[in-house]
Design a binder for this molecule. Structure first.
Ligand SMILES: Nc1ncnc2c1ncn2[C@@H]1O[C@H](COP(=O)(O)OP(=O)(O)OP(=O)(O)O)[C@@H](O)[C@H]1O
Ligand SMILES: [Mg+2]
Length: 315
């Protein structure tokens, strides 16, 4: 029965925090709807304070929503059984810091219901996979933030769950660490696991996600397949001209968005909606030699920023 259910199903989820003596209200979630299908790698994106961590905490049972529903593989998050198939990595992993990573993982394996022999077999393999020394003798309080983050990831995999809910798994990691996390997420995807993670690192999300959702002010403002989002609005053209002269041409500067150096040549950035053919005759008359025309590659970051701006203007 559960395989037909979405891995994550959220409807009309609402959460308001009240803080201080005056009970100041913060509407962290304002009617969130979201579905994540089994086997998807899903990026949950949004600016600071958008409500990502609040959503994640409700999904893993650390916070209660005020209204609405949240289900994991068909089971309400209010039912502890909904957590049987998921592993969670918090935004700021905070462990039993007097333990060595292997001791901590043994403890987590125990909590996940694994027998000690299985845990002992799995632990060195997991530590290696996240780039930590399986024979590490230091307690975790001596670890850097990035190393703790890696222990946090190893911890999610100990029970081999079906759904991974990761809050900022790439936060605080160096480029090698981010690459390791990306590879891990790819591998989980290949094994048919579902990965739901929040991130500010849009380039990394772009590299691993099937689908992404943008949150803002406690609501989903956009979601879609990565491939759709990256092609929905065609990005502006660029024209490459031979030599540096174009960079000093004031008339040309006014005819397009901007001109920048590109090695020994000049790159003309056209404005949105502007066509190369509007300029080509003029460029030819002025004696410019054309090296090429292309469209700027749209990145997820471009789409994200544009979506946030459109939303801000609409409000
Ligand atoms: N325990 C709390 N008490 C009061 N307000 C809270 C609490 N937790 C979150 N908030 C508020 O709820 C809103 C959403 O916060 P949340 O942590 O979910 O955002 P986020 O999208 O995870 O942001 P970030 O990208 O910075 O991690 C914010 O305005 C935050 O200040
Ligand atoms: Mg957060």
């Amino acid at each position: 029965m559960t395989e037909q259910s979405p891995a994550i199903h959220i409807r009309e989820l609402t959460k308001t925090f009240r803080i201080g003596l005056r009970r100041k209200r913060t509407e962290a979630l304002r009617g969130l709807d979201l579905d994540v299908q089994p086997g998807e790698i899903f990026g949950f994106l949004g600016p600071n304070g958008a409500g990502k961590t609040t959503t994640i905490k409700i999904l893993v049972g650390l916070l209660k929503s005020d209204r609405g529903q949240a289900r994991i593989f068909g089971k309400s998050v209010r039912d502890a059984a909904s957590r049987a198939r998921l592993a969670y990595m918090p935004e700021l992993p905070d462990f039993y810091d007097y333990l060595k990573p292997s001791e901590f993982l043994l403890h987590m394996g125990n909590l996940a219901g694994l027998d000690r022999a299985t845990s002992r077999r799995r632990i060195p393999e997991l530590l290696e996979r996240v780039g930590l020394d399986p024979d590490e003798k230091r307690p975790m309080r001596k670890f850097s933030k990035g190393m703790l983050q890696r222990v946090g990831l190893a911890q999610t995999m100990i029970g081999d769950p079906d759904l991974y809910i990761l809050d900022e798994p790439m936060g605080g990691l160096d480029p090698m660490g981010r690459r390791a996390v990306k590879d891990l997420i790819h591998e989980l995807g290949r094994r048919g696991k579902t990965v739901f993670f929040s991130s500010h690192v849009l380039a990394e999300a772009e590299a691993v996600c099937h689908r992404v959702a943008f949150m803002r002010d406690g609501k989903l403002i956009r979601q879609g397949e990565l491939s759709e989002l990256l092609t929905d609005k065609l990005s502006p053209f660029e024209i490459l001209l031979e030599g540096p002269a174009a960079q000093k041409d004031q008339v040309l500067a006014e005819k397009c968005q901007s001109v920048s150096p590109a090695g020994k040549d000049s790159l003309l950035h056209l404005a949105e909606g502007q066509r190369p053919e509007d300029l080509l005759g003029w460029l030819k008359d002025k004696g410019y030699r054309l090296h090429g025309i292309n469209r700027r590659q749209t990145s997820l970051e471009d789409v994200f920023i544009r979506t946030m701006q459109d939303e801000a203007e609409g409000n």
